[in-house]
Ligand binder design. Sequence first.
Ligand code: ZN
Length: 120
Amino acid sequence: MGIAGKLLGLVFAVSGFLILWWGMGTNDALSLLYSFIGMFVMAMGFALLTSGRQQKEEKPPPPTVTEIRCSSCDFKEIRDFQKGDYVLKAVEATCPKCQGAMTIEGVYMVREDTEDKDRI
Ligand SMILES: [Zn+2]
């Protein structure tokens, strides 16, 4: 919920209050209904205003990638980290360029904010 949600919540709260105030000021049969609607709209507005405050933004664990390098040529490939990957492990896949054997050269954690790579 961004600033638009907060603004919407404020609009709801204020208009709810106005409907409530106007509903209580009138003496016709619908005044009770207006008061009720006013309270409801106001409650919705406050719910919008307060939403997002309690819930913390949970960051997913940083994605881990595996860098595979061909031992014959300089072909490099980055793929998602798979369980059991470790540095210098020979992978089953062969190099798409020269069909040579490929080994894992590095396992990295990718930081989302800086795009920097951390070597494990
Ligand atoms: Zn190769």
